[in-house]
Design a protein around this ligand. Structure first.
Ligand code: FAD
Length: 595
């Protein structure tokens, strides 16, 4: 019998209160999931980490061998359906495995490109014959995959691709001509998902086998980081593919490209967090060992601040990631109950939470960048040495802000999707936005109850931050209408407020839930993390709000809106020096990031 699943809508966090019991926390992974995670960690630690230099030197055949081994262990097929040789695991399990693989530097990129953008287009958009032909061998790694969207002249503007596909006169084949740029796994992949314009303007996906005449490759790109991951240009010169290799429908390639990216973005966050946890642990251990002025540098407040901040950013982004992952899972189950097949259901669910996926792409990659950058700093001169791990951590982190949609594009998309949903009536932003403007004209309620509970004050300020975001977004939408899209700086400001809110709220809900199940005493470090993050996030939000408001208003109107900023970002003083010291002490005692 069908059960009624409690599902939230994408973007709804902005207008509704979420109760802690409804979110998933990483502390809730079951024994089976933990066992898979341990097996994966063991593989990364024994097969990948000892070989990082050889991987980065692109030793002939090594990456393929490692992918083969990963395939034997089932790491390439965690979420693929069992009928194709996969394990059919839920979305959060696949995020967990992606997170652990994420510590594997270039190997993680190769694996993610294969299992994500390489394999998923066939799973989600392939017909039965294509799935039967390719998926079992992609699942076990016998075939390796690559995804060719970007071109020299079209990156962020992916749909402006110039590669052309012209049908032969009998209509049985297509002749593809063009050039693709920055293609991960191109050096060894067997299967290429290629996007081309059919008849000049119908953007379409094709499956192209490596041995097809006319397909050739550039040299390996010389990159700043992820040096072990194969990245080449792909040239298509009169490449003749049968019409059976069209992926999805002609002219519907954008559906493949964008839908796969939604899933890719949250998975990128998972991989980034796996890398960040490893870097945080290296930083903690080094700080304990390194002595200066006759004491471990871990005893210095300046270093403790960095160690704590690394952990705060990781914990917060992780909370948001598994919250969103679970929401995707619930929506997927609901859509299946409504009669969608599993592939349609996951695609629909990821589309529903595309806003959260874009947010996580930004917060995950930027958390990693901070962690890696301060990791170098904690290592001092040794951080700058290629003989120590921070050199690679720093260089490898940087790409994450660029691929799977740059962080600028993801920030813009966050706002674009929110406003579009509001205009379509899928998300009622305008109603609450008007209510906030009305509230601002009234007299503030000075006698409201003092908030209760561990996070009483934080909850109150986050509820106010929601009002502030609605106020700024609502005002911007009214003032600029369609032209808001050209006011990118304002959109970036509001987007950053949304990202901060989702991150802050997710971490609070996680710890609140854990307090409920495990008791407050077990969560003292986590409570410090949430309070410290929210204290600082609210100040950052206030600056974004102020900048946005001053840029779009003047006179009395501006004064009223700025009053709103003050009112909605009012916090009580909180000693973040002491809280960061407590967090750092816990990390140092644990000898690594173990939260
Ligand atoms: C190592 C590596 C591996 C990759 N792997 C793959 C792969 O396997 N398959 C694949 O198809 N692609 C891949 N890519 C390509 C990657 O997705 C693109 O590099 C990325 O989408 C950005 O495109 P671009 O490099 O052309 O930059 P541009 O689009 O030229 O962007 C340059 C700058 O302008 C900004 N910008 C662009 N448009 C706007 C706008 N509208 N508003 C505001 N700012 C804007 C960007 O944010 C960026 O800061 C890879 C890239 C690298 C470096």
């Amino acid at each position: 019998m069908a059960t009624m699943l409690h599902t939230v809508k994408g973007g709804e966090f902005l207008i509704k209160e979420t109760v802690a019991e409804s979110v998933f926390t990483p502390e809730e992974f079951n024994e089976e999931q933990k066992m898979m995670a341990d097996m994966c960690r063991d593989f990364i630690e024994t097969e990948v980490l000892p070989n990082l230099d050889r991987i980065d030197a692109q030793e002939e055949g090594l990456m393929q061998k490692l992918l083969d081994k990963a395939g034997e262990l089932g790491l390439l097929s965690v979420s693929l359906p069992e009928q194709y040789g996969g394990f059919g695991k839920d979305f959060n399990t696949s995020l967990l495995i992606t997170e652990i693989v994420g510590a594997g530097h270039s190997f993680a990129v190769a694996l993610a490109a294969h299992t994500g953008i390489g394999t998923l287009p066939i799973l989600y958009f392939g017909n039965k014959d294509q799935k039967d032909k390719y998926l079992p061998s992609l699942a076990n790694g016998k075939l390796k995959a690559s995804y060719c969207l970007t071109e020299p002249g079209s990156g962020s503007d992916a749909l402006a691709a110039k590669t052309k596909a012209i049908p032969t006169s009998d209509g049985n084949h297509y002749i593809i001509n063009g050039q693709k740029m920055w293609i991960t796994n191109a050096g060894f992949a067997d299967v290429f998902i290629v996007f081309a314009q059919v008849d000049g303007d119908k953007f379409t996906g094709f499956i192209v086998d490596r041995n097809t005449p006319g397909l050739s490759f550039g040299n390996e790109e010389h990159k700043m980081g992820i040096k072990g991951s194969s990245t080449r240009q792909v040239f298509l010169s009169d490449v003749k593919v049968p019409k059976e290799n069209i992926l999805g429908e002609i002219g519907k390639g954008h559906l493949i490209a964008f839908n796969i990216l939604n899933i890719g973005r949250i998975k990128l966050a998972a991989a980034a967090l796996g890398a960040a946890k490893q870097t945080s642990t290296y930083s903690i251990r080094y700080a304990k060992e390194r002595q200066q002025f006759k004491t471990p540098i871990a005893n210095f407040g300046a270093i403790q601040h960095k160690l704590a901040e690394q952990a705060i950013l990781i914990f917060v982004a992780e909370s948001a990631m598994y919250r969103a992952g679970h929401d995707i899972h619930l929506m997927e189950s609901k859509l299946e109950e409504q009669g969608k097949n599993p592939e349609e259901a996951l695609l629909g669910a990821a589309q529903e939470f595309a806003i959260e996926c874009a947010i996580l792409k930004v917060s995950g990659s930027e958390a990693l960048d901070y962690v890696a950058d301060e990791g170098v700093q904690i290592f001092g001169g040794y951080g700058f040495s290629a003989d120590y791990p921070m050199d690679r951590a720093y260089r490898d982190s940087r790409i994450n802000r660029i691929f799977e949609g740059t962080n600028e594009i993801n920030r813009l998309l966050t706002m674009d999707m929110l406003l579009k949903r509001a205009m379509k009536g899928e998300l009622d932003l305008m109603g609450p936005a008007m209510a906030v403007q009305k509230e601002l004209m009234g007299i503030p309620d000075m006698n409201s109850d003092q908030p209760e509970g561990v996070f009483g004050k934080e909850k109150k300020v986050l509820a106010n931050v929601k009002k502030l975001i609605l106020m700024a977004a609502g005002f911007g939408a009214q003032k600029f209408m369609q032209k808001l899209a050209t006011e990118q700086e304002i959109l970036m400001n509001i987007s950053d407020m949304v990202i901060e809110l989702y991150s802050a709220e997710s971490s609070l809900l996680r710890v609140e839930k854990n307090i409920g199940t495990k008791g407050e005493a077990s969560q003292t470090t986590q409570i410090d993390i949430v309070k410290t993050y929210i204290n600082d996030a609210v100040d950052r939000i206030a600056i974004h709000a102020k900048n946005a408001i001053v840029a779009m208003s003047e006179g009395d109107e501006q004064r009223m809106l700025l009053t709103g900023v003050k009112r909605f970002t009012k916090t009580d003083p909180f000693n973040t020096k002491d809280s960061r010291r407590r967090i750092a002490t816990a990390l140092i005692e644990a000898n690594g990031y173990t939260l």
